[in-house]
Design a protein. Sequence first.
Length: 372
Amino acid sequence: MKLGEIASKLGCALEGDANLEITGVAGIEEAQTGELTFLTNRKYRPALETTRASAILITKDEARPHIAALRSANPYLDFARAIELFHPAPKYAPGVHPAAVVAKSAKIGANAHIGPYCFVDEGVEIGANAVLHSFVSIYRGARIGDDFFAHSHACVREGCRIGNRVLLQNGVVVGSDGFGFAREANGHWYKMRQSGIAVIEDDVEIQAQSAIDRATVGETHIGRGTKIDNLVQVGHACKVRGHAALRTGRPCRHDARGQPLYPRRTSRRRGSFDDRRRRDADGAERRSRGRSRRRDLLRLPRDGQSCLAKIRRRLQPPARLATRTPRTTRGSGPPPRGFCVMANWRGKVPAGVSSSFKVKAIFGTKVHAQDT
């Protein structure tokens, strides 16, 4: 394909030879002669000087490179469109494969392709130009719009509704039972009937091995244009707004308005947002993990005299520890600021000290001896 033709289809400004033959697309570091690449991340700008590509998609304010260029307001988006020029989606012939099972009451739209070993149950409605690749199951009463594509082993459960141009990758399950159980008096679990449905709006893509649970009552709702990554579970009765993106390993949680709540970016100093929130909620640890390292917990030997000697060596300047009646304060001079020592032993202890003894040195205070 000529570079000028590519520029015309993408709507980009061409700088260079319009008759240059382009045979494919590739990344800037892997591209070879005759291929088209792109540049959006400044990290790869040094690779622009050494790339073997014949042409490149760049922003409008980028300096002119040594190869032919297509200037674009969004090079990454236009590169995605260029991929489709060289790698169009496969076409499937309309019809129902002899190995497929389609109920008599099912309504299949025009130009639909039903592949081998697919199962379409009673009362199902499927729109025009749909493709069910192979081993796809559509349960009773499901309604599916136009241009639907389901890869092998995808499943749409009973009563669920799917809009137009929805893509289900391999192993996706729409409308599986939510995790709903009620405890009986004898301690056993009673399964709650999941009477709700799952609703998928237009232009949604759900990638491999993800599950959209049906609601116990009501519906689980995925908004228009949402993209869901591999191995994602959307729990029952969740509502995801339009054009959201759910990544792998991120549980779907929402606020009162149905807006998804995403965990914040991890901070090296204080840990993740969820960690900080848990610490603030229970009040157990108000400082960051880095600050908590100033505290030191010693495992001391069972010999009481050795314990006292070891503590004296660790405290700078040394403090005179109490060895008399518990629950009294003795000693002189504070230990170093930010330093904490804890000792707890049973067995052989100094005279006048109970069998369970704790010595605690906290910055800014004297040494305390107390019975535990």
